[in-house]
Design a protein around this ligand. Structure first.
Ligand SMILES: [Zn+2]
Length: 189
């Protein structure tokens, strides 16, 4: 294997090269890919390469039939909805939000935060409901550490459905969720 040319260093010529400072995306925000507008990206956490099995599994055809094309792109392909396209973004709802894929309760409406960004934001989720993964954009040269800072992805622990990302936004660390990934059940009574 040819070695990369050594970067010039001051002092000890055998010292390891100084690592370059990390480069971060200009904005820590969810990807704004519009479903159907660009090639869909396979969500890495859905891979079976590591042998992880979700409690609820279905074929791609079964998911698409259940969810429809739009919601399938988001929940099963890691897409991002157009901001303000969900009726949930502008309200602090009473009741409980559940996964549209498998109906697992994920967020209480009282934890919701309304931001003009136009997605559905929560301060935190219901215990044992949400898993996280590093969303590493295709073609990125980010290190895993940089990618983790840029995009921590949130998905349903029962069906693996993509929900959104956990981001620092307006000085708050929030779950930034696609409304298309959720259903809302009003409180009883
Ligand atoms: Zn689910």
């Amino acid at each position: 294997m040819p070695r990369a040319p050594a970067r010039p260093t001051k002092g000890d010529p055998h010292a390891p090269p100084t690592p370059e400072p990390p480069r971060f995306p200009a904005q820590l925000s969810p990807r704004r890919r519009r479903p159907g507008r660009s090639p869909p990206r396979s969500a890495r956490y859905l891979s079976s390469e590591d042998g992880f099995t979700y409690e609820i599994t279905k074929t791609a055809e079964q998911w698409r039939a259940q969810l429809g094309d739009h919601d399938y792109e988001i929940l099963r392909r890691g897409g991002t909805e157009i901001p303000k396209s969900s009726p949930f973004w502008s309200q602090v709802a009473e009741g409980t939000y559940a996964c549209k894929g498998c109906a697992l309760p994920l967020y209480e409406g009282k934890w919701q935060v309304v931001l003009e960004k136009g997605w559905v934001f929560f301060r935190h989720g219901i215990a044992n409901a949400i898993l996280m993964g590093v969303d590493w954009p295709e073609g990125s040269d980010m290190t895993p550490e940089q990618a983790a800072l840029a995009a921590v992805e949130a998905h349903c622990r029962r069906c693996g459905g993509h929900l959104g990302h956990i981001v620092m936004i307006e000085n708050q660390l929030l779950h930034c969720i696609n409304g298309a990934s959720l259903t809302l059940t009003p409180p009883p009574g």
